[in-house]
Design a protein around this ligand. Structure first.
Ligand code: G3P
Ligand code: MG
Length: 234
């Protein structure tokens, strides 16, 4: 047991246990004890916010081709694994019902920030605490737009590399967290984030020895397909 907080975030729900980005996957992450679940959100041309990772349907559903090319009704008729449908953001939030924190990753741009901001505003209006949300993106301009729309919602800057100005982008965005790829964890990046009061989370970590190592480096939490493994370290 350790006294330092280590945040366990179920990746795409709990991808090692149930189909990713589905209601079953999210519920499985919660059942395994993850205090946070992460999932990916895309704005469909219909205006729906769909919880889905890839641009194409082939890997995770019985459909094929680009998600954006299919009508919403056809997408909603697909099997996303174990008979699950592709859920909407609202369906996931209703399922979670404040039981855990939700990390909403903005996968698309061009209106996604605005649409997600509107949904979050309505859930906050209905009683959700702002600190139950963490909105993140690799698309930092989209994340910037989100932060301007709802500054009270914490955001996380996603990186897959080591920037020249270390944690500078997270600082400029007013981000609460810097979410780093496990391939690009650098002690200087962690130190710079911490020096500015920004937490560091690392994705996607499934190996227990790697979790231990990262924790020893001062990392504040991990995204994992196996929340049970990370929780055993807490
Ligand atoms: O947010 C952490 C992680 O989900 C980012 O990568 O590709 O799994 O969405 P990806
Ligand atoms: Mg993601």
């Amino acid at each position: 047991m350790s006294s330092t907080a280590f945040t366990v975030i179920g990746h795409r729900g709990a991808r090692g246990h149930a189909p990713e980005n589905t209601l079953l996957g999210i519920d499985t992450g919660i059942a395994l004890g993850a205090p946070w679940v992460e999932f990916d959100v895309q704005l469909h041309p219909s205006g729906a916010l769909l919880v889905f990772h890839d641009l194409t349907l082939d890997r995770t559903t019985n459909g094929s081709g680009f998600l954006a090319d299919q009508p919403l009704a056809a997408l909603r008729a697909l099997d996303a694994g174990a008979g699950q449908i592709i859920p909407t953001l609202q369906e996931v939030l209703d399922l979670v019902d404040q039981r855990v924190g939700v990390n909403i990753e903005l996968k698309s741009a061009g209106g996604t920030a605005e649409a997600v901001a509107a949904v979050i505003r309505s859930y906050v209006g209905a009683g959700w605490p702002v600190d139950k949300f963490l909105v993140s993106s690799f698309h930092l301009p989209e994340l910037w737009e989100f932060k301007q729309l709802v500054p009270e919602i914490p955001i996380g800057a996603l990186l897959c590399g080591v920037p020249l100005d270390w944690a500078g982008c997270a600082l400029e965005l007013g981000a609460a967290t810097l979410n780093l790829s496990s391939e690009f964890v650098d002690p200087r990046l962690i130190a710079d984030a911490h020096a500015h009061g920004i937490k560091v989370y690392v994705y996607t970590v499934n190996d227990v020895a790697e979790m231990r190592l990262l924790r020893g480096m001062g990392v504040d939490g991990v995204f994992t397909d196996h929340p049970d493994r990370a929780l055993a370290l807490c």
